[in-house]
Write a protein of this length. Structure first.
Length: 235
């Protein structure tokens, strides 16, 4: 089983560690959609008892990342387009309003953090490092929410975005899309810096809806990763 190991953090319980390792590998597509998981194998791999693995499985199934099929086994959930659709609706609705706030007033120290994220993403494009690019993508959006004092709202979005984020990761992992995303981020930051609400609204619409434009190609290239094999309606 090809799983990237993660170092435990101080005072982290075994249960939390197992959950964190499994979720990271699912979200980063190291554990592919549809692949089978065994409590015993995971316990041996992570050198833990089966109890924290079982607890992590339950928690991940509650987040729709694992499917537990009685008498058959446990599988990494296929990407569900209905979940993606709901997540896109939530994110587009909320981020449109947050960007409006950011374009009216934004702390200078948080603007510096946004510019730093953008510079690091540029390096990721040059180094062809999609995983780090993806992490910085989330960090950039998180900083915008933080600057608008909406940190808890961002946390809620992340909890509900597991299927949406796997689509994003699948696309970024191909590498070819990073320059376009970087350009959109650059324009978002310019909108905040120049207090241009119209530009900010236009760019966040394009940025969030990019997943809609990407899905048909991803469904064609990775049909086994998706619950639905074609787009029945516009996401």
């Amino acid at each position: 089983m090809d799983v990237d190991m993660i170092e435990p953090v101080a005072h982290e319980s075994t249960r939390e560690y197992v959950y964190r390792v499994l979720k990271a590998n699912i979200m980063q597509l190291k554990l592919l959609p549809g692949s089978a998981l065994s409590e015993k194998d995971i316990a041996v791999l992570l050198n833990v008892s089966r109890t924290p693995v079982r607890e992590a499985f339950i928690r991940l199934s509650q987040e729709y990342l694992l499917d537990v099929v009685p008498q058959k086994g446990t599988y990494v959930s296929l990407i569900d387009l209905e979940h993606v659709k709901e997540s896109k609706f939530l994110r587009e609705t909320v981020e449109k309003e947050v960007i409006k706030l950011a374009c009216k007033e934004f702390p200078s120290d948080q603007l510096v953090k946004l510019q730093a994220c953008l510079a690091l993403q540029k390096e990721c494009i040059e180094d062809q490092n999609p995983l780090k690019f993806f992490e910085l993508d989330d960090a950039l959006h998180s900083t915008i929410f933080e600057g608008c004092k909406k940190t808890r709202v961002w946390s809620v979005i992340q909890q509900l975005h597991t299927h949406y984020n796997r689509v994003r990761m699948l696309n970024v992992a191909n590498g070819h899309d990073m320059p376009r995303i970087w350009q959109q981020h650059s324009e978002l930051i310019r909108a905040i810096q120049e207090q241009d609400v119209q530009l900010g609204s236009e760019m966040i619409y394009l940025h969030i809806n990019k997943v809609t434009f990407d899905l048909n190609e991803l469904l064609k290239d990775y049909p086994d990763y998706f619950k639905q094999k074609k787009l029945v309606e516009k996401i």
